[in-house]
Ligand binder design. Structure first.
Ligand code: BTN
Length: 223
């Protein structure tokens, strides 16, 4: 694996996405991002002191198994936080939450070749020692805030990279999931309604108690 460290960049995911034919896995870590990107086309705030990194992994992985990439990344973050005594849960599909607030966001961008994912870019934005602005205090949290002390960003990155290369299981992912068996608000482009999360299927879709199957691309869930 090749590692690139930079002071500042628009987006570590965008940098890796532009590479035409990478020959090996590449990790890029930035102290700052000027155009951090989140899921669903949103922007992602990146104050200095956080971990902003993307890992390009070469596969193949069958397209229908691509949820395993999401699952693996979320569990890797939960395990990393646990190594620092921070107990985190996964808000489906892959937001990482502590005490009801988001501590880490993951943006996965897959490059397809035919039926396969040829490579995937896993972008991770983790609040470590960075300040959490007033405007997001109610919804975001950092490791520093949880532990009431700073931790080494380099050690967090090293632990994260180690965990990203460990294989996880569906059972492990499910064990860390929030809202299983609970009533939640489902927000789609067309409507918002309350329902109960019954189960998660191995392809990553959610089954509700009304028998509906929901895919992460289409909906947002709130507790
Ligand atoms: C989200 O919560 O919506 C996902 C946020 C992902 C942010 C990370 S920071 C490193 C990488 N580069 C980006 O531009 N985004 C991801």
């Amino acid at each position: 694996m090749k590692t690139i460290s930079v002071e500042s960049i628009d987006s570590t995911n965008t940098y890796l996405k532009k590479l035409k034919k990478p020959k090996e896995d590449i990790l890029i870590i930035a102290k700052k991002q000027t155009g951090g990107r989140g899921t669903k086309g949103r922007s992602f705030i990146c104050e200095e002191g956080g971990v902003y990194m993307s890992l390009l992994k070469l596969y193949p992985c069958k397209a229908e198994e691509s949820f395993s990439i999401m699952m693996n990344s979320a569990v890797a973050v939960v395990k990393t936080l646990s190594a620092f005594d921070v107990k985190a849960k996964i808000k489906w599909p892959n937001d990482i939450m502590v005490n009801g607030k988001k501590i880490c966001g993951i943006l996965i961008e897959n490059v397809f070749e035919g039926e396969d994912v040829a490579r995937s870019i896993v972008g991770i934005g983790l609040n470590v020692n960075n300040p959490i602005g007033k405007e997001i205090k109610d919804i975001a949290i950092s490791i520093k805030e949880v532990l009431a002390k700073e931790v080494s960003v380099a050690t967090v990155v090293a632990t994260l990279v180690f965990n990203l290369y460990q294989q996880t299981s569906f059972e492990e992912y499910k064990k860390h999931l929030l809202y299983m068996g609970e009533e939640v608000t489902v927000i789609t482009q067309k409507s918002t309604y309350r329902t109960v999360i019954d189960d998660i299927l191995p392809n990553g879709n959610i089954k509700t108690s009304d028998g509906e199957i929901l895919s992460s691309a289409e909906i947002t869930i709130r507790g």
